[in-house]
Design a protein around this ligand. Sequence first.
Ligand SMILES: [Zn+2]
Length: 73
Amino acid sequence: MSKLDDAQKTELHLLDAALSLHHEQANKPGAAFMHCQECGIDIPKQRRDAVKNCSTCVECQSLIEIQQQHYRA
Ligand SMILES: [Zn+2]
């Protein structure tokens, strides 16, 4: 086995660990989302700080609220 293979394996292992950690954090209830769960754009830090546990950007949130109002009516 070459040293390069070892390095690649270590890198993959670290990537796996980072990914599973990321998924754990993402699935944690109350975890703040970095990206809009509807359209995937970055949620500005200001919004994440202002709205606890927000999972969507301002645009998607307002669309969701309009939809909810529509369903309620
Ligand atoms: Zn969005």
